[in-house]
Design a protein around this ligand. Structure first.
Ligand code: PMP
Length: 455
């Protein structure tokens, strides 16, 4: 297993790999984090950079003090680091936000203000962050899935034809946070452009795992808008990114309004600053930006094409191991060689997803995710849950909501950890009834706090 770097090198890249956590039996073990799709631990390089930058920290774009000027310059320079990282065009604004959710919301408001109530094509595969923001501002329709849960390109084309030039945007995820499927973004961009639409890519699960190229404006495969979160790429501290044509942001009034986004303001008139500043009202998150650029530097050093290969091998190992366990159903194709990021969702017949996640945590200190992963329409479709059943769950709270268990890997995870996981999964599958009884309490808790685990 290699990334042309030894495992120990990759392991030492992030903080907290040796943290001990408590088990149900009172013993302590080294935590295994298989929930990297939710958030990744920080790179040590990020923490070092934060530490080294701290003595220079001051207000961005506010003040003539030496440190303030230095911070402002560093902040602006960071946009160029991001631009280069994803090969964004010079005409694009690189807007710093809080996370992917905020980025997509900002894009939705800007597009709604500049394009009127037209059609936005989202998909049945989306995280709610790339579904809900569009619903109240546009006529929304959803690209259907194939039998294996992939996006149906045929359906996309049919929908583009059906709406006869009224589709203003096709908005899809780069990679699914449920199945790990990587979407054929270049093909989707070509189709969208052919029918006069733009494309937005939710890069939350894509940008951290493989090289992303937005391509030039004149390329039919150009990505018009891209959103992603720093906390999923080893840089916590609360930064997200939205990239899109400066022209669009120029023409729309921003959602957040206040200092930093304006020129001169009177009671009669607001002179808006140019984007990106226009979209970054309030004091910028300098430390978040320091963290993001440090993480990009480390990912560049590692080379994302090698990160992809390495993680692809790791998840292949998980998939093969899980597929061999009696009663496991994998919720994505899982064939070797297919394009996917390093996560997979599954179910174990006879055990609720919530119990399974609890067992893994309590018996071996393994953190996984369970539920609907904020992709409710996608997971319920994969599980074949009918609209009537969903309505029942929405209006009753006497049943626990169905869902899946997800394992998502980062660059620092290794086969030894996967072996611990697979061994325990074998044991759970073999002694299902014992575990179901021991962790019966989880189901009762689940009913009481229904809102929590499903997103
Ligand atoms: N899109 C996808 C595909 C995601 O996996 C997530 C996070 N789970 C988001 C959007 C939202 O990201 P954030 O919580 O950082 O806004």
């Amino acid at each position: 297993m290699s990334c042309r770097k030894p495992d120990i090198y990759l392991r030492n890249l992030v903080a907290g790999t040796e943290t001990k956590v408590a088990l149900a039996n009172g013993k302590y073990v080294t935590a295994i984090n298989f929930d990297n799709a939710a958030t990744t631990p920080p790179f040590c390089s990020v923490l070092k950079e934060i530490d080294q930058f701290s003595p220079w920290y001051a207000s961005v774009h506010r003040g003539k003090g030496y440190k303030s000027i230095l911070c402002s310059e560093q902040y602006e320079y960071s946009r160029e680091v991001v631009r280069k990282f994803v090969n964004a065009d010079n005409r694009d604004a690189i807007i710093f936000t809080k996370n992917t959710t905020e980025s997509i919301n900002l894009a939705a408001y800007a597009l709604a203000a500049t394009s009127g109530k037209q059609v936005v094509l989202s998909s049945d595969m989306e995280h709610l962050a790339n579904d809900l923001p569009w619903r109240d501002k546009f006529i929304t329709d959803y690209i259907a899935l194939t039998k294996s849960g992939r996006l149906s390109i045929k359906d996309l084309e049919e929908k583009l034809k059906k709406y006869q030039g009224k589709v203003v945007l096709v908005t899809v995820t780069g990679a699914s946070n449920v199945t790990g499927y990587i979407n054929p973004i270049n093909k989707i961009a070509r189709l969208a452009h052919q029918y006069g639409a733009k494309i937005l890519v939710d890069g939350a699960q894509w940008v951290p795992h493989m090289p992303v190229d937005m391509k030039p404006y004149n390329s039919p495969e150009h990505i018009d808008y891209l959103a992603f979160s720093a906390h999923k790429m080893y840089a916590p501290f609360g930064t997200g990114v939205l990239i899109g044509p400066r022209e669009i942001f120029n023409n729309a009034v921003p959602v957040y309004q206040g200092g930093g986004a304006v020129g001169l303001v009177s009671h009669q008139l607001i002179e808006w600053d140019d984007p990106p500043a226009k979209y970054e009202a309030g004091t910028p998150n300098m430390m978040g930006i320091v963290a993001l650029t440090a993480a990009i530097r480390t990912l560049n050093e590692l080379q994302l094409c090698q990160v992809y290969q390495h993680e692809r091998q790791l998840i292949g190992y998980v998939i093969n191991g899980l597929a061999a366990i009696n009663g496991i159903k994998l919720y994505s194709g899982g064939q070797d060689g297919e394009e996917r990021v390093s996560l997979i969702s599954f179910a174990l017949e006879g055990l609720h997803h919530s119990q399974l996640a609890e067992i893994l945590s309590q018996e071996a200190g393994i953190a996984v995710r369970d539920g609907l992963f904020c992709a409710h329409p996608y997971v319920t479709k994969l599980l074949n849950i009918s609209a009537e059943e969903i309505e029942y769950y929405q209006t009753h709270d006497d049943k626990t909501i169905p869902g899946l268990t997800r394992i998502s890997l980062g660059i620092y995870n290794n086969c030894k950890e996967i072996d611990v996981f697979l061994e325990l999964m074998e044991h759970i599958a073999q002694y299902r009834q014992y575990y179901a009884k021991k962790y019966e309490y989880v189901l009762a808790n689940d009913r009481q706090i229904r809102d929590y685990p499903y997103c």
